[in-house]
Design a protein around this ligand. Structure first.
Ligand code: HEC
Ligand code: HEC
Ligand code: HEC
Ligand code: HEC
Ligand code: HEC
Length: 558
């Protein structure tokens, strides 16, 4: 009787919030079954209008000389691809940081819950629209989200230009690497010096055309510069009091406690200095004046990460973003991300051992990055898809398959990763109901997983694979230590191994290493958020659902 009563209650709740995902129209108007009114989707973002202030210029000002032109400068000698700073940066996620529809959806949910929207807007725009944030801050003004998206002020235009050239190249060598520089604590001065990696640059063309002086500065290539935005620490607030901090993203802290620090900086991998043949790039760094000689090393501003999914969404919705970048440029950037992801890990399968009729095979994933794998925004996830076959080629075991919405499936095609589920860390996988999955899962004060960044107070799970050289006595372990891996002796810095227990009929094993930047549970969560930005993202995501990428494959037969 009690059981029956509870089921009725659950069914009523489902009607009210449309929790049957198969039946709820994704983000559509009226999807709330009468109790939740869904607004119209967020309208298009305004274009970036050319803007100059006493400190900043939008990226268009740099096109004249830092976009590949007619000559051989700044082009890939093999493919002919435009390797110029403008040509690459403009199709990167950093250029779209302020117009990223997922970012906007999540901010809109935070704003809907906040008693006072201003501090939330200020925080979220600080890194995603940093030049706009600086510009407004200098005038003691506030740049709100509506203004950022459609306003005509200098701050709005600079903000929409994302992590723009004149912001990053003017970050000063002040407190870099200190806690105060994290969470958007970069400082930009008023001397109009544009810092670069080359000594004695020719200064007159930039002074004349854009009124900046290019200047050599060692700190431009350092990881500490990237750390100002790539160390995201959010306040834990209880009853209006700031009671602690939560590290939402810490690739720099992870890198610092790895064998890559200090020699292999973020730029070494994210601004590669080689062409598509792997040869060092030697090129003039400006197309004007024509007499400018070649420089080396030359860093390609591709900023390749792992977010091929969002670059694809952007390519499909380019008009909505207000950008004049071609969809083909974003598709090319998505493809570069896939190639970059393929460098993230090595996958090996050991010789199987048969014990008591069970075939035990150990699979090892080695982290080739300089931070956790996966790193970055919470929810990024990596898992193993294992398929074992018998001598006749018939499947006798499978774990980690997925459906068309990017969700992970278990026994009989049942979904394993529904809302609120935290899949445990695995050292041994014995059935298709289990999956080896590496991810970070932030939790709120009730201990439950949360997709709302500012309500996170701890990690319910963080079994992401540590970088090589990570040590429990190294720096920042309080903020980078794993959570939920206890008892797994094969979880070690730089690697993790998983042992599959297969039926004795198994004669071969194929393993795919799968990466997904946006878990379907996040997209489903946002489909229930009644804000214009969430409705817009949900529309885009229902057209192109989260898409797993196979980043490595290994196989062994016995
Ligand atoms: C009229 C052409 C022109 C424009 C416009 C221009 N630059 Fe330059 N830039 C140059 C030249 C020339 C150099 C020096 C090349 C050399 O000495 O090898 C240079 C060098 C640089 C350097 C390297 C400095 C160093 O020492 O390593 C940076 C960074 C830079 N520019 C950024 C920008 C940014 C950002 C913009 C847009 C706000 C911009 N430039 C606009 C021509 C231009
Ligand atoms: C002023 C803030 C800021 C600075 C400085 C900064 N970043 Fe970023 N970066 C961002 C933001 C914001 C995003 C996320 C954009 C999004 O996904 O909406 C991002 C995204 C990225 C990505 C992910 C791209 C993808 O496609 O997944 C990479 C890689 C990256 N940055 C590398 C760097 C490197 C390397 C440096 C230092 C040279 C650096 N960033 C400096 C703010 C910054
Ligand atoms: C040895 C090469 C290497 C170095 C050094 C390196 N990275 Fe990465 N990075 C990668 C690879 C490969 C990936 C893709 C796999 C992943 O997401 O973890 C990646 C992913 C990322 C992403 C995630 C993008 C996303 O879409 O979620 C960010 C952000 C990032 N790196 C920032 C940094 C920062 C900041 C530093 C310096 C502190 C750095 N990286 C140093 C190789 C490197
Ligand atoms: C997130 C920070 C960041 C942003 C945004 C950025 N750059 Fe750079 N840029 C760098 C770093 C780091 C280097 C040094 C690369 C290296 O180590 O070789 C660099 C190098 C350069 C150089 C010298 C040529 C070279 O690569 O050696 C020029 C010119 C330049 N950038 C122009 C631009 C322009 C123009 C834009 C906007 C379209 C831009 N940058 C956006 C970080 C940035
Ligand atoms: C200290 C700098 C910083 C601040 C402040 C910041 N972000 Fe970000 N955010 C980043 C960086 C860097 C990334 C890219 C990480 C990656 O790609 O893995 C990012 C990525 C994201 C993404 C994922 C986008 C995608 O396409 O996958 C969302 C969503 C997001 N941020 C929301 C927010 C919200 C909401 C706020 C305000 C509460 C906020 N951010 C404040 C730096 C920041």
């Amino acid at each position: 009787m009690v059981f029956g009563a509870r089921r009725t209650a659950v069914a009523l709740v489902c009607l009210a919030v449309a929790c049957g995902d198969e039946t709820a129209p994704v983000g559509g108007a009226g999807g709330g079954g009468g109790t939740v009114d869904f607004p119209d989707p967020l309208g298009p973002v305004a274009a970036v209008t050319s803007t100059k202030t006493d400190r900043f210029a939008t990226s268009g000002a740099c096109r004249q000389c830092h976009l590949a032109g007619e000559g051989p400068e700044l082009l890939d000698p093999v493919t002919g691809e435009d390797l110029s700073p403008v040509g690459q940066w403009r199709s990167s996620m950093m250029a779209f940081a302020a117009r990223d529809p997922l970012y906007l959806a999540v901010v809109s949910e935070e704003l809907a819950a906040a008693p006072d929207p201003e501090p939330v807007e200020a925080l979220c725009i600080r890194c995603h629209g940093p030049a706009g944030s600086e510009e407004a801050g200098a005038a003691n003004a506030h740049l709100g989200l509506d203004e950022l998206l459609t306003g005509t002020t200098p701050a709005a235009n600079l903000g929409r230009d994302g992590v723009t050239c004149s912001l990053c190249h003017q970050i000063q060598d002040r407190s870099l690497g200190d806690v105060e520089s994290f969470s958007g604590g970069f400082s930009v001065g008023y001397d109009r010096e544009m810092y670069g990696p080359h000594e004695s640059p020719r200064t007159d063309p930039m002074e004349f055309f854009v009124e900046y002086t290019p200047a050599f500065a060692d700190h431009i290539g350092k990881s500490e510069l990237c750390a100002t935005c790539h160390t995201v620490i959010t306040p834990i607030v209880e009853d209006g009091e700031h009671v602690g901090d939560f590290v939402e993203q810490g690739p720099y802290l992870e890198w610092l406690n790895s064998s890559f620090s200090p020699g292999t900086s973020c730029a070494s991998c994210h601004l590669p200095t080689v062409d598509s043949a792997g040869d060092p790039l030697v090129s003039a760094i400006a197309t004007y004046p024509e007499t400018i000689g070649p420089r080396e090393p030359f860093g390609v501003h591709s900023f390749e990460g792992a977010n091929a999914y969002m670059l694809t969404i952007l390519s499909q919705n380019i008009e909505w973003t207000g950008s004049d970048v071609l969809p083909s440029e974003l598709e090319a950037a998505a493809e570069r991300s896939r190639l970059h992801l393929a460098t993230a890990a090595d996958l090996t399968i050991a010789v199987p051992a048969v014990e008591a009729g069970v075939t035990k095979v150990t699979v090892t994933v080695e982290n080739r990055t300089a931070h956790k794998l996966p790193t970055g925004y919470p929810g990024r996830r990596l898992w193993l898809h294992a398929v074992a076959t018998d001598a006749g080629g018939a499947t006798v075991f499978e774990s980690g398959s997925w459906d068309g919405a990017g969700a992970i499936l278990g026994a009989g095609g049942a979904r394993l990763d529904g809302a609120g589920v935290v899949l445990p860390h695995r050292d041994v996988v014995t059935s298709s109901a289990e999956v080896a999955l590496w991810e970070s899962v932030p939790a709120g004060s009730d201990g439950e997983p949360t997709f709302v960044p500012l309500s996170a107070v701890s990690y319910a799970k963080d079994n992401r694979i540590l970088p090589s050289g990570w040590s429990s006595s190294g720096p920042w372990t309080k903020w980078t230590h794993p959570v939920g891996v206890g008892g797994d002796s094969t979880y070690a810095p730089g690697r993790d191994s998983v042992t599959y227990h297969l039926p004795s009929a198994a004669a071969a094993l194929v393993i795919e290493l799968v990466y997904e930047s946006v878990p379907p549970a996040l997209a489903e969560h946002l489909a229930k958020v009644p804000t214009p930005a969430a409705v817009r993202f949900s529309q885009m995501a229902s057209q192109t659902p989260p898409r797993p990428e196979v980043i490595a494959t290994a196989q062994r037969a016995w």
